[in-house]
Design a protein around this ligand. Structure first.
Ligand SMILES: O=P(O)(O)O[C@@H]1[C@@H](OP(=O)(O)O)[C@H](OP(=O)(O)O)[C@H](O)[C@H](OP(=O)(O)O)[C@H]1OP(=O)(O)O
Ligand SMILES: Nc1ncnc2c1ncn2[C@@H]1O[C@H](COP(=O)(O)OP(=O)(O)O)[C@@H](O)[C@H]1O
Ligand SMILES: [Mg+2]
Ligand SMILES: [Mg+2]
Length: 351
């Protein structure tokens, strides 16, 4: 399912393009310049996101991508219409924030302080919890959770005091792009949690297996690129039965089941498996989150509560996720970049 905002396109003769209807010129000082996107990304992200077919479609639309040289002052580079970034080193945050203040004419995707809100597994879900979204299409919430900042020996007491229901998913509190920040554990009893290393977030595990053929739950990954919403289904964890809970003790690390696929096809499951969440509910959730988070590039991991048709839980929100696995990301993302500059161009007072 994809919701796409259509944007009109102009001809591209001025810049020598092959006159394709879909090429477009945006100017800073005058007609004829291309749309220039400066990027600061990890090599992993460059490989997964700046795929050749994406770059060639971008070129055909008059968009060019320029790698930002991290060894030179950002102000000496460009000029850029847009800066796209996902780097987690501290010094970069100061550089891009300073640049953003000094260059209001450049669209920075996305503001560093907004992104940092998503680098903490407690603050990332706070807006969803505050939303408490419930209407006639269904309900979206977050699982009950507890943050443990230090002293693992206090965990059993804290869990009991908070009345959290086992099993619990233990997740590193901070998301920093490292493999360690994705090391998750399933805890069948609260005492074994004291083996883990804070800071952690302990989240109630929500059973979400479909009563149908497959072993394991289905997770909905809701990709947001500006105004567009694309939902894909991914494999998730199997249920934890009461029988298993009574029999098993301890904490067990589990693999990254939901993001392992290399391409959208591998990750995309048969559409007949697991009805997608109601579109109006998703639209409301995404509209609210885009406003409250102040970012345009993110995805939401959402699960449907077992036995329910319309009770959903958001368990994770990711900044600038693996769009390379999102169906048709090339057109969605290039249209989004063009719409950003077009909207800015429209807002300019006519001289
Ligand atoms: O590994 P990719 O490319 O699929 O993308 C990762 C995402 O997978 P997804 O697109 O949701 O299936 C992944 O999403 P999950 O946290 O696995 O749900 C993260 O966004 C990850 O970034 P980081 O390690 O949290 O900074 C993303 O890693 P980066 O691409 O940003 O390095
Ligand atoms: N509260 C939960 N209930 C059920 N399954 C969960 C829960 N939290 C995480 N999971 C499972 O673990 C996977 C990874 O958890 P997530 O919070 O998305 O971490 P990451 O940022 O590493 O993707 C999810 O895709 C889902 O399959
Ligand atoms: Mg996730
Ligand atoms: Mg995540």
């Amino acid at each position: 399912m994809r919701l796409n905002g259509e944007i009109p396109v102009g001809r591209g003769e001025e810049d020598g393009m092959d006159g394709e209807m879909n090429s477009l010129n945006y100017s800073i000082g005058g007609v004829g310049q291309k749309l220039t996107v400066g990027y600061a990304l990890t090599s992993k992200k460059k490989r997964s996101f700046l795929q050749p077919k994406f770059l060639s479609l971008a070129r055909s639309k008059g968009i060019c991508f320029i790698a930002i040289d991290l060894n030179r002052p950002l102000a000496d580079q460009g000029p850029f219409d847009i800066v796209l970034h996902k780097l987690l080193r501290k010094e970069w945050w100061d550089i891009i924030e300073d640049y953003r203040q000094k260059h209001p004419e450049v669209t920075v995707l996305d503001p560093p302080n907004a992104i940092q809100h998503l680098n903490n597994r407690q603050s990332m879900l706070q807006d969803v919890a505050d939303l408490n979204l419930s209407d006639y299409h269904g309900k979206v919430g977050v699982p009950r959770q507890l943050v443990v900042k230090k002293d693992p020996s206090s965990i059993p007491y804290e869990v009991t005091k908070a009345g959290l229901k086992l099993p619990l998913v233990a997740k590193p509190l901070l998301v920093d792009g490292s493999a360690k920040s994705h090391e998750l554990f399933l805890a069948y009893d609260e005492f074994s949690l004291s083996e883990l290393e804070p800071p952690l977030v302990l989240q109630e595990f929500v059973n979400h297996v479909l009563l149908c053929l497959i072993v394991g739950g289905i997770l909905f990954k809701i990709f947001i690129v500006g105004e567009t919403i694309t939902v894909v289904r991914r494999f998730s964890l199997p249920d934890v039965t009461n029988h298993e809970l009574a029999k098993v003790d301890g904490v067990f690390r589990f693999p990254r089941v939901s993001c392992a696929a290399a391409t959208a096809d591998d990750a995309e499951l048969d559409p007949s498996i697991a009805e997608l969440p109601p579109r109006p509910l998703l639209e409301r959730l995404v509209r609210e989150l885009r406003l409250r988070l102040g970012i345009q590039l993110f995805n939401i991991d959402m699960i449907r509560e077992i036995g329910s048709r319309d009770v959903f839980h958001v368990i994770d929100i990711n900044y600038f996720p693996g769009y390379g696995k999102m169906p048709d990301y090339e057109h969605i993302f290039t249209d989004f970049l063009l719409s950003l500059v077009q909207n800015k161009y429209k807002k300019r007072p006519t001289t």
